[in-house]
Write a protein that binds this ligand. Structure first.
Ligand SMILES: [Zn+2]
Length: 526
């Protein structure tokens, strides 16, 4: 990034205005919520005041890219110099890499590094086309092992692998590499014949979950896990982390349970205002974060608070994302925007929002949200689904909870793929009502069609309110997330409207009224 005189002025006036509240990281052992920012030495070098802006805004950890798509665009000596400066101010500096290469440009800059080096074997898709990134062959793991060793030698203690560390190019795709080497290895390992290969490709296209597609997904997951473990073992003193893409799971080679105990960034997707503004954009984002949190302890979990392209997500929407992190009890916010910084003026809104999020998080940290609406993401969704969750129930103002296995009560909202398993009786659970949006028509007992729109969900809400005993809920029919923490008699409300709204929480015989700014959240003591 070139030095920009206007940016200098923006930063200086921000620093002078006192807009940044700068809550200094208190004793890090008592810190509940930490804030990470990903930036690079080129941006820091060309914007000298950016350093003060970061330090004064309450950022605790700065992550710097070292190895991108197979290249080292930023000298390690430069990163170490900045590490020294930040550490003097109490800000930690760690490393992240783009280990396998992103498919297409997702860095926003440095076009010369978009494709992986010529000596890296290309992945081959199901149609036989070659592509760069998101595929694994032994030489690539070897190269990444040398990277973690370099990171350890240079005095860093944490390393995050960006979300190209997956074996499917996009969310909702059943991945794996279809090159000749991988084909031969797969057929030999599982005892299949050449004719089975053709059938496998058809089953993947049809998203059929059978024993052969299961074997393929297992084969792909084994490769990614094996690469991760080889890297971690090479330098155990560096804690390795995986950034998972939106709803990333087994179909992309990510067997989430294999990363237990590692740093994990949950997957989000709403990187610009176009995606984040609809209520459904917000609930999809929250849905994915809640799903991934099943596989990572709160302290090891990081958010994907990403703006991309860097200037396309407003400060308000970025601040709204902080509430997703709080509700999912993710203790580390990770702000990213590719290689370009998001507008410096964002910080005047972000810094106070970070302070508020941290104080709210302190109250609800470690609590389990409970409620009659159930968040469930089943095996078919993870293995062969299209990553389109039924998420809008989260905006109904009825409390919800996350379930690993189908609940025995309440209303469980299912993706189309999981609901097909209910119809075929592969997925059963007495006591809960499986809500589906597949299409209206005859539904067996224990199943119910509800279209995924707010009108139909509010109609369902009206119908079930008389059945709720000892459970708080929001009376109004306005989009709001209601997270209920019964042990501390507290509710967190996230207003999903752009405008200021008032909400009434009814609990037993009492009504609690609260006014919440657009996209903001508040805690209500019951
Ligand atoms: Zn291959």
């Amino acid at each position: 990034m070139k030095t920009d005189r206007r940016n200098f002025l923006k930063i200086s006036s921000l620093l002078a205005s006192g807009a940044l509240v700068g809550f200094n990281p208190d004793n890090s052992s008592t810190l509940i919520r930490s804030f990470s920012l990903c930036t690079n030495t080129a941006t820091l070098n060309s914007n000298p005041d950016f350093f003060d802006l970061i330090v004064n805004s309450g950022v605790n950890v700065v992550w710097m890219p070292l190895f991108l798509n197979g290249y080292f665009p930023y000298p390690i000596e430069d990163i170490q110099q900045w590490k020294g400066r930040f550490e003097k101010k109490g800000v930690e500096v760690q490393i992240l890499t783009v280990p396998l290469g992103h498919p297409g440009n997702s860095l926003g800059g440095l076009p010369e590094f978009e494709s992986t080096p010529k000596n890296w074997p290309r992945g081959v898709d199901i149609e036989g086309n070659k592509y760069s990134g998101t595929s694994l062959h032994p030489v690539i793991t070897q190269e990444n092992i040398s990277v973690i060793q370099k990171v350890a030698k240079s005095g860093f203690t944490k390393l995050f692998l960006d979300d190209d560390f997956r074996l499917a190019r996009t969310p909702g795709k059943i991945g794996g590499c279809f090159c000749m080497e991988h084909q031969t290895e797969f057929l030999n390992k599982y005892g299949y014949q050449d004719k089975d290969w053709i059938q496998l490709k058809q089953d993947i296209k049809d998203r059929q979950l059978n024993s052969m597609t299961r074997s393929w997904i297992e084969f792909t997951c084994d490769q990614l896990t094996d690469s991760f473990r080889k890297q971690q073992i090479a330098s155990p003193e560096v804690k390795l982390g995986i950034m998972v893409m939106y709803l990333g799971s087994e179909k992309a080679g990510i067997r989430l349970s294999d990363y237990n105990g590692s740093l994990m960034r949950v997957g989000e997707l709403m990187f610009d205002d176009h995606a984040m503004t609809p209520v459904k954009g917000k609930t999809d984002e929250l849905f994915s974060a809640l799903f991934h949190r099943r596989f990572v302890a709160p302290e090891l979990a990081y958010s994907e608070t990403t703006a991309y392209p860097a200037a396309k997500l407003s400060a308000r929407n970025m601040a709204a994302k902080l509430h997703i992190t709080t509700i999912a009890d993710i203790r580390n916010t990770m702000m990213m925007s590719g290689l370009e910084p998001f507008p410096f003026t964002h910080w005047s809104l972000l810094a106070p929002a970070m302070k508020k999020a941290a104080s709210m998080h302190k109250i609800i940290a470690g609590q389990q949200p409970k409620g009659p609406f159930k968040h469930y993401w089943g095996e078919s969704s993870r293995m062969v689904g299209d990553d389109k969750p039924f998420s809008l129930f989260l905006a109904s103002g009825i409390p919800f909870e996350v379930t690993d296995t189908p609940a025995k009560d309440g209303w469980t909202f299912l993706s189309d793929f999981d609901f097909k398993d209910v119809v075929s009786k592969k997925l059963e659970s007495k006591g809960t009502t499986f809500i589906n949006r597949l299409k209206s028509g005859t539904q067996s007992p224990g199943q119910r069609f509800v279209a995924e729109n707010l009108g139909d969900l509010f109609a369902l809400k009206e119908e079930i309110i008389p059945l709720l005993h000892g459970i708080p809920y929001v009376i109004e029919e306005k989009p709001v997330v209601c997270a209920w923490y019964p042990k501390i008699k507290t509710v967190l409300l996230w207003n999903l409207s752009e405008s200021k709204e008032s909400f009434t929480v009814k609990f037993k015989s009492k009504n609690h009224t609260v006014h919440i700014a657009g996209l903001d959240a508040e805690i209500v003591q019951l």
